[in-house]
Design a binder for this molecule. Sequence first.
Ligand SMILES: [Mg+2]
Length: 300
Amino acid sequence: MREERLYDRIKGGIYGVAIGDALGGTTEFMTTREIKARYGYLKEIVGGGVWQLEPGEVTDDTMMTLCVAEGILENPAEPLEPIGRNFLRWYKSKPKDIGITIRHVFEKYDGNWFEAAVQADRDLDQSGGNGSLMRCLPVALAYADKADMERVTRLQSQMTHYDESCSEACVIYSRIAYRLLRSEDLRETIMSEVAGAGYEGNILDAPDCEPSGYVVHTFRWVLHLLLNSSSFSEVVQKAANLGGDSDTIGAIAGGLAGISYGYSSIPSGFSNVILIRNRLDEAASGLYSLRSSAAQGFEK
Ligand SMILES: [Mg+2]
């Protein structure tokens, strides 16, 4: 029999990424002043914005999250090859929006993701963007074994981002997601997982940084929104109204909010408008089955 509570949290996480992305995609790169003048306070998924989105259309954040989810489902013991293959297939579909680091890695890729990531870090003089954090959630949903989860979390980040601050943010994110799946308290979980990592002084009050694509700044805003909201809707709406890298902040925060509050607490006005619901449903079911299966504990 399906364990409904766990399934509700896993599906909430996957939809949370997509809803945060679709809602925040409208205001990406805008300032708070521009958002206020145009939308007042944006509450609904309306599309438009710099990418001229259809209402309910998602961007790279959700599409790359699905690449990771589907790669893990194809081969949970050795997921990097299928994840990478999914990345390249998505890249060949000529998506409207790809981050600078990831585009560069795709251009340099010649059979070894880690080498391409090092090359991009050298060419661009940094690779501390939020592109590996925005797609990370399926790892925590898939692996019930904590050591497997942390190993795959780190590796999936290093495929494109040769920067320890990216890997570190991904590991903290996965650990929080893992505990929320076990119905632990959102606030306590965040505060204990960030302890000693340099985030704890920058998240209770509004962070003293822009809501930018730098992974440390992104993650500060994500954690701040989660700590200062009391519903799924509040988290993703606040993210959308920040502007800057609002779709990615919304996707990352929305993923954790979706796990914590559960799919059943997400208003249908959000979930029903997402255009790729079938793919999200399949990913959620697959990840639930994988996590619940007796086949956990893969070879290292
Ligand atoms: Mg995006």
